[in-house]
Design a protein. Structure first.
Length: 145
């Protein structure tokens, strides 16, 4: 069976397209994008039972175990009673960092709150949790403070 010039050129173009496509996919597969990775000591802090108006500050500690710097662009508590603070500095690979969370312990009862981190890390939206119970004060005078 004889091929016409038009069929040969069509087949050649098809083979070239397949080779270029295969080469492109092979190149994409070999590229690995560097990314920062949070490794937290704890992703949840349990305050346990704490006294009314006691110190509500706790610290989440982490290490950047990835191979690129991490930048935290935002940390937001689930309500006004949960206030996170964090360093605006870049966390390089291997470096440690922390997120401080202050819970308003003038609210009596059990609580479960979250802190949402927005970052450039492998998990761009990271949720941290706090929980506990603030005990009722023993005197009514303590409530006034």
């Amino acid at each position: 069976m004889a091929y016409s010039l038009n069929q040969k050129s069509t087949n050649l173009l098809l083979v070239l397209f397949l080779l270029v496509s295969a080469f492109s996919f092979a190149q994409e597969g070999s590229k690995s994008e560097k990314v920062g990775v949070f490794t937290f000591e704890n992703e949840e802090i349990d305050y346990g039972t704490i006294a009314y108006n006691s110190d509500g500050l706790r610290v989440f500690k982490f290490t950047n175990t990835g191979d690129a710097p991490i930048v935290i662009s935002k940390a937001k508590g689930s309500c006004g009673c949960t206030v996170p603070t964090y360093s605006k500095n870049v966390i390089l690979p291997g470096e440690k960092g922390e997120i401080q969370v202050k819970y308003a312990t003038n609210r009596i009862g059990k609580f479960t709150k979250t802190v949402m981190l927005t970052t450039n890390a492998s998990q761009p939206n990271k949720v941290l949790r706090i929980k506990g119970e603030v005990l009722k004060p023993e005197t009514k005078e303590a409530l006034k403070s």
